[in-house]
Design a protein around this ligand. Structure first.
Ligand SMILES: Cc1cc2nc3c(=O)[nH]c(=O)nc-3n(C[C@H](O)[C@H](O)[C@H](O)COP(=O)(O)OP(=O)(O)OC[C@H]3O[C@@H](n4cnc5c(N)ncnc54)[C@H](O)[C@@H]3O)c2cc1C
Length: 405
């Protein structure tokens, strides 16, 4: 049996390896359009490769995927995060789980993952052809003819083909698959940071507020977690998570929207107001400067006081209801205009791609074309940061590699 895997990324390598393990007599070739393979694995996680996430519970895991979601449950049952960890560790790549549940190789170097995948394809005698871009597939009654962009490469016929070409930032890049009858979900970027380089808060660049809630005004989008102030706007887990869940909505808004920051992740205004009154009662002579409330970094607290049109030397008993109200408003509902986005250097993915309606998720086979399979980010599956995107590549690659009809 002749099998082609299109794409030399994480999903391509992992599916090719599993094809060969499940079908040892198959002749397997990976075609990669560039001269380099596994390039995203190499740069991932800032060169450390956040290979998966430590979340074992499948009912928790699927919640990290705004696209895919519940449909991924069965896929993770077959090959989940624990399987990924076991797979690499049994091949002499020890991993460790960080405090935030992200999983990295003990070497803290993505080369460990790259080398492991290379070693496997060599051991299994999988061919690798780089510099070949597949431009068209023709269905010949169940067998599949691949056409190459490169004029010197003559078309080749395969019994089975796995497409693992990754996220396509433009819909145009998916035309060759749309032409085969597949439904396409319009691709838009996911995992980005929010821009407003002109807002005065930028002077706090580098500062992290650990326990915030970020919402997008006029939508139901919100996320909790640390927020980082950068020299161009806002980043950090709460922002990235909002960008992931809101990828499509924010694209429709052309990345012009307002965010509401709750600096203390407490939406019960009455409770916060009550707390402030309590503080006034117990420390009436304390100045706002000396009030160590809500565990906020000092520079941020000072900024919030200023934004509430209060002075740091004001004593608590001088605040009055009006002062308390202003302070609570900025603490719990601080609004910023966002004008544009910036790619998050550590990790970005594409929302959209081949619609899951066009794929049998038990086998990853196309519902349109027999013997054609999908794996990885080419599909309408993506997640927040934390190793979940690679996990989707490993899991779908594992299933596609069975080549079941
Ligand atoms: C900077 C960065 C850092 C990241 N860090 C992390 C991380 O730490 N943890 C995590 O979970 N996720 C991370 N991600 C996301 C993760 O890298 C991707 O989700 C994952 O690599 C997808 O794997 P894939 O094999 O589906 O696609 P890709 O890795 O994109 O591979 C697809 C391959 O197919 C090739 N190709 C495309 N079209 C054709 C064609 N027509 N013919 C032949 N070849 C073709 C491409 O050149 C490419 O090499 C990161 C992403 C980026 C950009």
């Amino acid at each position: 049996m002749k099998v082609a895997v299109i794409g030399g990324g994480a999903a391509g390598f992992f599916s090719a390896i599993h094809v060969k393990e499940n079908h040892p007599n198959a002749s397997v070739t990976i075609f990669e359009k560039t001269k380099k393979v596994l390039s995203k694995v190499k740069v991932s996680g800032g060169g450390r490769c956040n290979v998966t996430n430590g979340t074992e519970s499948i009912s928790e895991l699927h919640k990290a995927y705004p696209r895919g979601g519940k449909k991924l449950k069965k896929i993770f049952q077959e090959f989940g995060t624990v399987d990924t960890i076991n797979w690499f560790e049994s091949r002499n790549v020890p991993l460790y789980v960080q405090e935030d549940n992200r999983v990295f190789p003990e070497s803290d170097n993505s080369e460990s993952i790259v080398n492991c995948l290379f070693k496997e394809i060599r051991k299994l005698n999988i061919s690798l052809e780089t510099g070949y871009c597949i431009s068209k597939i023709k269905n010949l009654d169940g067998r599949l003819k691949l056409y190459f962009k490169e004029e010197n490469k003559i078309p080749e016929v395969f019994e089975k083909v796995i497409i693992a070409t990754g996220g396509s930032p433009k819909e145009e890049g998916l035309k060759w698959l749309k032409n085969l009858g597949h439904e396409i979900e319009k691709p838009v970027p996911s995992l980005f940071t929010f821009n407003n380089p002109k807002t005065p808060i930028i002077k706090l660049m580098g500062l992290v507020a650990e326990n915030t809630q970020v919402s997008i005004q006029g939508t139901k989008l919100k996320a909790k977690g640390p927020l980082l102030i950068t020299h161009w706007g806002f980043s950090g887990p709460a922002v990235l998570k909002t960008s992931s869940f809101g990828a499509r909505i924010l694209s429709d808004k052309n990345y012009l929207f307002n965010i509401q920051i709750n600096w203390i992740n407490e939406t019960n205004y009455e409770k916060v107001t009550g707390l402030m009154h309590q503080l006034v009662k117990t420390h009436p002579k304390k100045t706002l400067r000396n009030l160590k409330a809500f565990k906020l970094p000092e520079r941020l607290w000072n900024f919030i006081v200023e934004k509430s049109e209060l002075t740091l030397e004001k004593k608590l008993h001088e605040l009055g209801n009006k002062g308390i109200h202003k302070l609570v408003e900025v603490l719990c509902n601080d609004i910023y205009q966002i004008k544009g986005k910036t790619t998050f250097k550590e990790e970005f993915v594409t929302c959209g791609g081949i619609s899951l309606n066009s794929i049998n998720l038990n086998t990853m086979e196309s519902k349109e074309i027999k013997n054609l399979y999908f794996a990885g980010e080419i599909m309408d599956i993506d997640a927040i940061t934390g190793g979940y995107n690679f996990q989707a590549a490993w899991s779908t690659g594992y299933i596609a590699g069975k080549l079941k009809n």
